[in-house]
Design a protein around this ligand. Structure first.
Ligand SMILES: Cc1cc2nc3c(=O)[nH]c(=O)nc-3n(C[C@H](O)[C@H](O)[C@H](O)COP(=O)(O)OP(=O)(O)OC[C@H]3O[C@@H](n4cnc5c(N)ncnc54)[C@H](O)[C@@H]3O)c2cc1C
Length: 395
């Protein structure tokens, strides 16, 4: 099925030409497509799924993401978040804030709304068509797809956490060191949640979550392939602590940003999960998706207007400046939290300033880097001390 809302740049035989092709219409792809179309370029936004499609996600859209997007309509919002609670070891620490920290949404509806904004801006949206790879020839990018040959002067890959073939090589957006697994489960029991709830399970960072949706609770645990506990143990502990019952669970990769990876292959820009823009510590990915989508569009626009010979250099420089240091610190913090007995679990219950730190990260009032540096400056020394004490008890 085709939704033709843009226009061809040119069509010859079975080949369609555009200024830019964006593969994948999640938050990263639809943001990149919208920003390019607004700047007057012909853009094809392509997705293998039919929308609205389901996307396993906690559905938490933080305040700093909302500031990057057009105004979200009220009917998309399941709950405004003012409260964060941390529960574990029979104890609960809870904090309520006077300002909204963000909202929860059903990702299927949220992503569809973003696609509609891209179409409104002038993108041609093609759903239900899979791209099988991108190649570079004579300075143009050729996208192979089940709907024929597609050619563009620039291409943005927003295919999420799965592998994708670029210039003959399989691009996998994660390495064992950057990979986390998110386990998404929906609760059968209708429990009214007043804000975000975190549970100290024994997982890699010792955290499970339950976020309020309109008709269901989105719950899950952060998990790692290298963790010693099984997934079933993790979920059983989350169910016991939260009083939720799960109808089933699915496991999804979370390509936590790895500061040394380059978010581009050849002339193809990688955005969102495909570029590894997920905060390794908090697991927040929609912010990185929207920011990288916007920046990729900006650099492609400069290239298409003849302002530079290649959009990749500027984009990679931007990614290093905005996310490089954050991801390095965040990744190190996540590593320190590995295993419950060394983790931030005990610190979280003892010191509610860590909850304040999460709240500030969600608001992003001072900017992502500044918030992260303030947070890490207080958290890291304590985590290191806790880890040393666990290895050398009595010191
Ligand atoms: C269990 C879990 C819970 C999470 N909870 C949160 C949360 O609460 N808040 C938060 O901020 N982040 C959360 N995240 C992370 C967040 O979901 C992702 O970072 C975000 O969805 C990335 O957006 P994206 O646009 O890069 O990719 P996606 O949203 O995955 O979109 C990729 C799109 O590409 C399409 N596609 C893939 N391959 C092809 C192809 N070959 N051809 C055509 N189309 C293709 C897919 O159909 C899909 O629509 C969670 C992740 C998991 C796994």
């Amino acid at each position: 099925m085709w939704r033709l809302c843009g226009r061809w740049w040119e069509t010859t035989g079975t080949t369609a030409y555009y200024d830019a092709i964006v593969i994948g219409a999640g938050p990263a792809g639809s943001t990149a497509g919208r920003e390019l179309a607004v700047r007057g370029h012909t853009v094809l936004l392509l997705d293998r799924a039919y929308f609205p499609r389901d996307k396993p996600c906690g559905g938490l859209i933080s305040h700093k993401v909302l500031q990057e997007l057009p105004m979200l309509p009220d009917d998309l919002i399941d709950q405004h978040i003012f409260r964060i609670s941390v529960c574990g070891n029979g104890q609960t620490t809870s904090k309520c804030y006077p300002v909204s920290l963000g909202v929860t949404v059903e990702r299927g509806h949220f992503d569809q709304w973003l696609v509609e904004r891209a179409i409104e801006a002038g993108c041609t949206f093609m759903e239900g068509h899979e791209a099988t790879g991108i190649d570079e020839k004579d300075g143009l990018l050729h996208v192979a797809s089940d709907s024929g040959a597609l050619v563009a002067r620039a291409a943005i890959c927003a295919t999420g956490a799965g592998p994708f073939l670029i210039c003959g090589k399989q691009h996998v957006p994660w390495s064992p060191l950057s990979l986390g697994l998110g386990v998404e489960a929906y609760s059968l029991v209708q429990k009214r949640l007043d804000g975000l709830e975190f549970y100290l399970t024994g997982g890699v960072a010792g955290l499970g979550w339950a976020f309020p949706g309109r008709e269901r609770v989105h719950a899950g645990v952060g998990y790692s392939a290298i963790a010693s506990r099984t997934l079933t143990q993790e979920l059983a502990e989350l169910a016991e602590q939260s009083g939720l019952m799960f109808s089933g669970a699915s496991v999804w990769p979370v390509p936590g940003g790895f500061p040394w990876r380059r978010p581009a292959v050849g002339k193809v820009l990688l955005v969102g999960d495909a570029g590894g823009f997920v905060d390794p510590f908090t697991g927040e990915g929609v912010y990185g998706a929207v920011r990288s989508g916007k920046q990729a569009a900006y650099h492609v626009d400069v290239f298409l207007r003849g302002g530079c010979s290649d959009p990749v250099r500027g984009y990679v420089r931007w990614a290093r400046n905005e996310f490089g240091r954050v991801f390095a610190v965040s990744w190190f913090t996540a590593l320190l939290c590995w295993k419950k007995k060394y983790s931030l679990s005990t610190l979280l219950l003892r010191d509610d300033w860590i909850i304040d730190g999460f709240a500030r990260l969600m608001r992003g009032d001072k900017g992502y880097l500044q918030e992260w540096e303030d947070f890490a400056a207080r958290l890291l020394p304590r985590l290191i001390k806790a880890r040393v004490q666990a290895i050398f008890p009595g010191r």
